[in-house]
Design a protein around this ligand. Structure first.
Ligand code: TXA
Ligand code: MG
Length: 474
């Protein structure tokens, strides 16, 4: 064994973290059933080189690496080696009772994990398919994709005991991104991978997010661009009757229900408002999660839409309670707004650039500093607008904007508004990015417009938001 030469970067000095751009156009393609059984690497693809390096790293060190999947970026390590798996928990600061998802590249790899370690010497006579029948229609329809299934962990298992956190099952997922599939294939081992954020923070959907959280703690981040889905996989347990959805995610409960045997799937997680004394069965669902630094106030979508008349009032009160100590620019409270389907830009404060100098007294005035700022929310219709709004009255009609700032010390706020768009997919795609962007801009409070959590992946969006929020308004 190479255990003695294996590095351990989580102790001692910080590591140098490399972000390696991967060209994703020629990393393999999914073609029906045969690829499900056996993921084939493209022949002669120079673009595989960074993945070969990464695979070597996974095999020879205990330091996990950041890599993209179609849902969120993962923090991956060899799931068969205890020391490597322990590296994930250490790097993330993740509680050890929260099991990790095992990422496989094809069903051949999955079948091998479902057989006891001792029976797989290459001459095994077992011909029965070890994949439980209940999962077959789901796998056929939705793998590769944002779906994690719970499977019985055989004894003795090839998986390191730490990945399952003592549970008799393990969660397995075949990611859809060719980059991830080819990385696993090249490593030749399943990869245990939680989301690559620091524990409690919003999940990362770009390599930059991973770098922000884990710089100095890992050596390598593969950059494959922003994640398509933007929320994590759905986790299901088909080993019980009726089957259970343990975590809502990138595959909706309606889609799961379409599969034979899954018509009666029940919701096995509880959102904030439903939490009682019973512990959730997916251990990760009980922890504080997805939280930016600033407190988040979530407005649930009710039958009527989130109330726009209430929001400016809320913000005014928040600004008053923040009570800046001096008139200097840095002390002006910053408010983040994340809007989806109905809130108007600028949280209902009409922005009147031309009126900055001549507005009526008792009027809120806003000034756009910068708008249509799209990074890092590219690939969708999300927009980030950044500007200032004065909440409160002006002293006189003639005061200039600078005078207003200094003469209204306690009543000035800066607003950073992010509009995610109205399509659920765009909202899911941009959600974590938006929360992180507001964190980066050091806002003091965040207000989010919720959406109805029926049917599609809106359930996953609202589940994450309810966990991130410290105040939920019905
Ligand atoms: O999309 C995803 O699933 C991402 C990407 C990287 O693949 N991964 C991810 O992993 O979200 P993580 O570790 O952040 O979330 C895993 C969830 C947790 O809620 C955990 O408790 C649950 O899956 N889980 C894993 N194994 C389980 C098991 N054997 N029984 C019950 N829940 C399990
Ligand atoms: Mg996570």
């Amino acid at each position: 064994m190479m255990e003695n030469t294996i590095l351990n970067g989580t102790q001692g000095r910080p590591l140098r973290t490399r972000v390696v751009q991967v060209v994703t156009s020629n990393l393999g393609a999914f073609q029906e059933q045969s690829t499900l059984e056996n993921w084939e690497l493209p022949t002669d693809s120079h673009d595989l080189e960074p993945l070969r390096d990464a695979a070597r790293h996974l095999k020879t060190t205990d330091i996990p690496i950041g890599f993209p999947t179609e849902t969120v970026y993962g923090l991956g390590a060899d799931a068969t080696r205890s020391a490597a798996v322990k590296g994930i928990y250490k790097t993330k600061g993740r509680p050890s009772d929260n099991p990790l998802i095992i990422h496989i590249c094809d069903l051949t790899m999955l079948r091998s994990l479902l057989k006891p370690a001792t029976s797989d010497n290459g001459h095994s006579k077992i011909t029965e398919d070890p994949i439980p029948d209940i999962y077959k229609p789901l796998i056929k329809k939705y793998w590769p994709g944002p779906l994690t299934i719970l499977l019985p962990n055989p004894q003795p298992s090839k998986l390191a005991p730490e990945v399952t956190a003592g549970l008799p099952t393990f969660g397995a997922r075949m990611p859809e991104l060719p980059l991830a599939l080819s990385l696993i294939k090249l490593a030749g081992v399943p990869l245990a991978a939680p989301s690559a954020n620091a524990s409690t923070k919003p999940s990362p959907t770009t390599a930059e997010h991973v770098h922000h959280d884990l710089d100095g703690k890992i050596e390598l981040i593969l950059d494959g661009g922003p994640c398509d889905v933007g929320v994590e996989s759905s986790v299901v347990d088909g080993l019980c009757d009726p089957p259970v959805l343990l975590r809502p995610g990138g595959l909706s409960i309606d889609k799961i229900r379409e599969c034979p045997g899954w018509e009666n799937v029940v919701k096995g997680y509880k959102d904030q408002s439903e939490i009682g004394s019973s512990a959730p069965r997916a251990p990760g669902m009980k922890y504080k999660h997805y939280s930016p630094k600033a407190s988040v106030t979530l407005f649930e979508a009710t039958k009527t839409n989130p109330d726009m008349t209430e929001l400016p009032l809320e913000i005014r009160q928040a600004v008053l309670s923040m009570n800046p100590v001096s008139g200097s620019k840095n002390d002006i409270p910053k408010i983040g707004i994340v809007s989806t389907r109905n809130w108007r830009n600028w949280a209902g404060f009409d922005h009147q650039e031309s009126k900055t100098h001549g507005a009526e007294s008792h009027e809120d005035v806003t000034r756009v500093i910068e708008s249509d700022f799209k990074e890092p929310l590219e690939r969708t219709s999300c927009q980030l607008q950044y500007g200032e709004v004065w909440v409160g009255q002006k002293l006189s009609d003639k005061s200039t904007s600078d005078e207003m700032e200094t003469s209204h010390k306690g009543l000035v706020a800066r607003i950073i508004a992010i509009a995610l768009g109205s399509d659920t997919k765009d909202i899911a795609h941009g959600l974590f990015s938006a929360l992180r962007e507001l964190d980066k801009r050091n806002v003091d409070a965040i207000y989010v417009e919720g959406i109805e959590d029926q049917g599609d992946i809106a359930a996953a969006v609202m589940n994450r938001l309810r966990k991130a929020a410290s105040i939920i308004k019905a």
